[in-house]
Structure formats: structure tokens, C-alpha cells
Design a protein around this ligand. Structure first.
Ligand code: F6P
Length: 520
């Protein structure tokens, strides 16, 4: 295969799929009945240091045993990975190879946490140190008293910071951060209402520094500061970008521009300066813990082979359900309020990366690519959408994510009930229940994977994010597609510009809607 540093053996790929298609899929219950060692064989644990000065171990356990993967499937998927050039592609990812050939770029998000070439890691460390100095200076009052930060960005420049700020500031926020993404002015007005302009910093996060939503919101935020009597609104702006020259041109002082490398993709950028609002809210030590959790997963992903590699094993399950069982969606339920925004984050990561129809070479892909990622929070979702999961006609592989340590200080009954519900759902989906009354029968045999974090802290969040980055990459390699471009988002942007200019050959429906909406 060209473009990713690996070689695809098309004959080997076809043979592996043929082998997979020929296998009969036993019911999950049968997989357990015939194999006492199944849970151990299908569970992975990834660990890291519990703290910067601690030798104690923390980590996450991932139980894949309630998927339909057995020895035969795993062997065939390992053959598929080999034929797809997985090892070489992974090496190319971490060594700065051009893994994004349509844009001629490497993908160096790993280097942000120390997993890259020495030069990339050195550059990332220098940029992180620069961000750390600015964060600390702001905490010490260099820009006056800063209590709030309105972090403006969209897509990859907002979803990661929003998730991390929401997850990690439940107990304490050094600065009260509001992430605003939507161009709908209501979103920004809501942030204004929650912030004291005299004590508010504006962080403008945009890889390109051209995104219309972000630049319009940034202009309005500056206007709000000025109209509220802030003497030097421009002095309250920090820019987080891979286009520092554009930020300077827009008016941000160079000392408050935090750059990141062009080779870091938007949806892979939380660990770059795009994470500045997170660092501002939780401090650099916590930010470093997030990086350390991600690094532990990088190390695992780089070194573990075949089925021992947890993100690759997750990709095997994804491919199994999407390509062999026709599943069009995959659901993620976080049994932890702190991870409420994780499904949103994963939607962009997985759907913008792998929602493609052509291979790296530009040929049509020979099967379905990314399923629709969706999900929510347990136990809420149980009372809303789980009916379909248990008895609906769609087969939906589910990921459950929970933490052993509670995040609340209330009666332990809260956390116990949360956890027992999480485990009960996976068990119920698998076991099902016969009934003479068809309306009360559960077919069962429905797959799930359970992620059990020791604690839902910064390191675990970093680990979860890196896990899903690598799972997404592994899926892309198995399908032969480029996960690092996103040309599918461009056409709509171009037509919006045409509507704005009133120039374009619009279809009758759009013309009528433009008239009705007052856009002509
Ligand atoms: O429109 C999609 C997209 O380009 C995403 O890939 C990206 O995360 C988002 O827009 C924001 O882009 P930027 O960070 O350049 O403002």
C-alpha cells in the first residue's frame, strides 16, 4: 500500500475476509460455556503511575469477552492486520511518516505526549513548556485577575476541551471555563451571562484560524469586552492555533499565541495548545497527568502485538460487527457523569476520521466504513433508549464505561447502584430471557465491551482518549482508508458561502427555503 509506509497484500486481505465469512458465529453464551478461561483471555489491562511521584499503579480494564470474537475470528483478524500492513502503518504513525497522503502530512498527535521522533517530541515539549508558562503567568495575575475563560472553537478545537473541562473540574476549577462552539449567538450569550467581563479571558482555538463560526464568535467576544468597559480587550485574548501568523494578523499579540504543529489534526489536538483551557482550569500538573495516561496507551499500542493489543482488538470487534454483521451503529454509554461529553467527542473522532468511501489510493472501499457512533449517560439512557438495544431489530454493539472509585461524596449507595446497573445491562444484553409472551421475550446474544477505570481522573481520561485515537487508526488501517483528512465537510461550507453571496446555481427547494428564511 502506498502512502502509509506499509504494504497491503490484497490477496491476503481477501483471504482473511473469506476465512472470516466462512466462520459460524456461536452465541455468546456458548463461547463462555466452552471456555473457562474466556474472561481472562479477552480482558486487557493498561496501567500507568497513579501520580507523578507515585510507584502505585492505576489503570483501566477492558473486557471484550462479551463480543463474539473467538479464537478463529481472532486468528483471521490477525492475518487481516498483517496483510493490511498494520505493523508498518503503526511504525509510520509514530515515526513521522506521511500517514495522511491526501494532504501530504504526518500525524504527530503521539509526539505531544512523548510518542514520536526525537525532533517531534522536542518540539512538542518546547510548545508545552511555553503553554505552561503562560498558564502559570495567568494564574499568578499577569493579565489581571482572571476568573473566567470563554474558550471559542468548534469541532476538534472545542469537543476535547469541553469534555476534559467537564470531566476534571467537578470538584475544583482554578478558572471557570465556558467552551463556546456554535455560531448561534445564543451559545455565546449564555457564556457572557455567566462571566464577569472585567475578569474574563478569551481563548480563540482554531487550527486554521479561518473557521467562520470561531472567528465570528471571537469578534463578538471582543466587542462584548469593549462594550463592558474593558480597557484593552485585545490584551485579554489568547490564540491556540497551527496558523500563528493568521492569529497575529487578526490582532493577537505574539506573546499570547500558542502554536501547535500543522501535523496535529484538529480532532487529535486536545493534547496540544488546544488543551490550554483545560490546563487553565485544572493546572499544568493535572494536564501532565492526562498526557501520562495517553502515553501509557501509546506505549501499549506501539508494543503489543495482535490480539494482545487492546485498541487493535477493539478494531477487530468493530470490523466484525460492521462488516460481517451489518451493524450500522455503535453505542457508547458512560456510567459516569464526568464522561457525559465522551460520546460527542468520539462521534467526531470516529465519524470524521473513518466516515469515508474511498481507500488511501482513491478506489471505492469494498464494504461499509465507520458506523454511526452514538450514546449517552447511564443510567439515564436505560430509561430512554435501551428498549431498542434489548428488543429492537438493530444489532448495536455497545461500549460501557465506568469507574470503580466514585466521583461523589454522597451515600455509597449512589455509586453502587450506578455500577450494578452498568454491569446488569451488559449481562442482560448477552443473556436475554425467554418468554411465552413475545412482547416480554429478550433475544439476548447482544454484544458489549466494558471499560472499567480504576478512577475517572485526568490520567484515565487521557488514556481513554488515546485508546480511541488508536482504535480509530487501527480500523482505518484494516479498511485501507486515510483517517486523517476530512474533505467531506468542505462542500457544505462552500455552498454556505454561495448562499451568503447570493451567487450559485441552487436547486428549487434550497431557493424556496432561502426566500422563506430571508436569505435572498
Ligand atoms: O469542518 C471540520 C473541521 O475542519 C474539523 O476537522 C475541525 O476540528 C473544525 O472544523 C475546526 O477547525 P479549526 O480548528 O481550523 O477552526
Amino acid at each position: 500500500m502506498s502512502g502509509r509506509g506499509g504494504t497491503r497484500d490484497e490477496g491476503g486481505i481477501a483471504a482473511a475476509w473469506e476465512r472470516l465469512r466462512a466462520l459460524e458465529t456461536p452465541r455468546l453464551a456458548a463461547l463462555f460455556a466452552g471456555d473457562d478461561a474466556r474472561v481472562a483471555a479477552m480482558t486487557r489491562r493498561i496501567v500507568w503511575h497513579a501520580g507523578p511521584d507515585s510507584d502505585a499503579e492505576a489503570g483501566m480494564r477492558i473486557d471484550f469477552s462479551k463480543t463474539h470474537l473467538g479464537d478463529n475470528e481472532l486468528a483471521a483478524f490477525e492475518a487481516l492486520a498483517e496483510a493490511s500492513g498494520f505493523a508498518a502503518a503503526r511504525e509510520a504513525l509514530f515515526s513521522g511518516g506521511i500517514v495522511n497522503p491526501t494532504e501530504g502530512r504526518a500525524a504527530t498527535h503521539g509526539a505531544l505526549r512523548g510518542s514520536g521522533t526525537p525532533a517531534q517530541v522536542e518540539e512538542a515539549e518546547a510548545l508545552l513548556a511555553r503553554m505552561g508558562m503562560l498558564v502559570e503567568a495567568i494564574h499568578e495575575g499577569a493579565l489581571g485577575e482572571i476568573r473566567h475563560c470563554i474558550a471559542i472553537g468548534i469541532g476538534g478545537s472545542a469537543l476535547g476541551p469541553a469534555l476534559a473541562v467537564d470531566a476534571l473540574t467537578r470538584d475544583l476549577a482554578l478558572v471557570d471555563v465556558h467552551v463556546v462552539s456554535n455560531i448561534d449567538g445564543l451559545a455565546l450569550e449564555q457564556a457572557f451571562a455567566a462571566c464577569d467581563p472585567a475578569r474574563t479571558l478569551i481563548a480563540v482555538a482554531s487550527k486554521t484560524f479561518t473557521t467562520i463560526e470561531t472567528m465570528t464568535n471571537a469578534d463578538s467576544a471582543l466587542k462584548w469586552l469593549a462594550e463592558s468597559g474593558v480597557a484593552d480587550p485585545g490584551g485579554r485574548v489568547v490564540a491556540l492555533t497551527a496558523s500563528p501568523e493568521k492569529a497575529v494578523e487578526w490582532g493577537v499579540d505574539e506573546t499570547r499565541v500558542l502554536p501547535f504543529p500543522e501535523s496535529v489534526g484538529g480532532r487529535y489536538s486536545l493534547f496540544s495548545s488546544i488543551g490550554f483551557p483545560v490546563a487553565l482550569a485544572v493546572g499544568m500538573e493535572e494536564f501532565a497527568a492526562m498526557l501520562a495516561g495517553a502515553k501509557a496507551v501509546d506505549d501499549h499500542f506501539r508494543s503489543a502485538e495482535g490480539r494482545a493489543n487492546a485498541p487493535l482488538l477493539a478494531a477487530f470487534a468493530d470490523q466484525f460487527y460492521t462488516r460481517l454483521k451489518g451493524c450500522q451503529t455503535r453505542a457508547v454509554f458512560a456510567y459516569d457523569e464526568r464522561l457525559a461529553l465522551l460520546p460527542d467527542y468520539l462521534q467526531q473522532l470516529e465519524m470524521e476520521s473513518n466516515g469515508k468511501s474511498v481507500t488511501v489510493e482513491g478506489a471505492p472501499v469494498d464494504g461499509p466504513t465507520a458506523p454511526v457512533t452514538w450514546g449517552g449517560v447511564g443510567t439515564d439512557a436505560q430509561h430512554a433508549v435501551f428498549q431498542l438495544l434489548h428488543q429492537g431489530t438493530h444489532l448495536v454493539p455497545v461500549d460501557f464505561i465506568a469507574a470503580i472509585a466514585p466521583g461523589d461524596d454522597l451515600d455509597p449507595a449512589h455509586h453502587r447502584t450506578l455500577l450494578m446497573n452498568c454491569l446488569a445491562q451488559g449481562a442482560a444484553l448477552m443473556a436475554g430471557k425467554a418468554s411465552e409472551d413475545p412482547a416480554r421475550a429478550y433475544p439476548g446474544d447482544r454484544p458489549s465491551t466494558t471499560f472499567l477505570l480504576d478512577d475517572c481522573d485526568a490520567a484515565a481520561l487521557g488514556a481513554l482518549i488515546a485508546f480511541h485515537e488508536h482504535r480509530t487508526f487501527a480500523n482505518a488501517v484494516l479498511m485501507g482508508i486515510n483517517p486523517f483528512d476530512q474533505f467531506g465537510v468542505e462542500l457544505g461550507k462552500a455552498i454556505a458561502k454561495q448562499i451568503d453571496a447570493g451567487e450559485g446555481d441552487f436547486d428549487p427547494s434550497t431557493r424556496a427555503l432561502m426566500m422563506a428564511a430571508g436569505l435572498t
